[in-house]
Design a protein around this ligand. Structure first.
Ligand SMILES: [Zn+2]
Length: 240
């Protein structure tokens, strides 16, 4: 077995066997987006990203994973790394440094790994993976594997991290699109429940002082009147 299987950062133990190396193919299959008209990055709306500018966009994965942040920097134009004209190539350097600083500024992040593989998709995309502070076992080569192995971080923290990075980038231009996490209310309030709220004023007033404790969710029992425990006046501000 190669020496790295004995590194403290190697995520696996037990009996391992190296796979047989297949013969090289004479012609490689196309990558996603080799045909630009089918490129998902080109057709994705800005709303799929956490921050956008005229020439660059930054997106997250569609759900939390094991690391505090995993972000992808993309050019807006359908280009691969080696195709970038000088201006975009220079901007890639600036964007890489800026995004590294933004992610490293998050609580609990020690280091940011920057990877460009380019084997799967033709549209330039550079990966930024946040290595948690103190987790020396996650140093180096295997961080991307650990991201899949570790339990996902809480969704609220994930959303907060994305919003912080987007706000940091927007200090230098562009538009932040990631929103901070919503307050975990039990259900959306409607005008109808609001009216019931007023009818039950004493109970509702008692709840109003309780800003911290989130009421027990009425899970699927169809008891709509339980919704009066909400405090909807605070919600719009947090949603932005
Ligand atoms: Zn593209």
């Amino acid at each position: 077995m190669p020496a790295f299987t004995y590194w403290p950062t190697f995520p696996f133990e037990g009996d391992l066997r190296v796979k047989r190396l297949l013969e090289p193919v004479p012609i490689e299959p196309p990558r996603h987006g080799d045909n630009p008209s089918e490129c998902r990055a080109c057709s994705a709306p800005d709303q799929a990203y956490i921050w956008v500018s005229d020439r660059w966009r930054v997106r997250a994965l569609d759900r939390p994973t094991g690391l505090p942040a995993v972000l992808i920097l993309e050019s807006r134009s359908h280009l691969d790394l080696g195709d970038l004209p000088n201006m975009l190539a220079a901007e890639l350097g600036v964007m890489t440094v800026r995004l590294e600083r933004a992610i490293r500024s998050l609580d609990g992040v020690a280091r940011v790994h920057v990877n460009r593989w380019g084997d799967g998709a033709a549209h330039l995309h550079v990966w930024f993976l946040a290595r948690p502070y103190g987790r020396l076992q996650l140093q180096g080569t295997f961080l991307a594997l650990w991201d899949d192995i570790l339990p996902p971080i809480p969704e609220d923290r994930w959303r907060e991290n994305l919003a912080l990075v987007a706000a940091w980038l927007a200090e230098f231009g562009g538009r932040p699109l990631a929103e901070p996490p919503r307050i975990n209310w039990t259900a959306p309030t409607t005008l109808a429940t609001r009216e019931r709220d007023d009818a039950l004023e004493p109970a509702a007033a008692a709840e109003e002082n309780d800003d911290v404790v989130v009421p027990e969710p009425a899970e699927g029992n169809g008891d709509a009147p339980d919704d009066v425990t909400e405090n909807p006046k605070d919600e719009p501000g947090r949603q932005g």
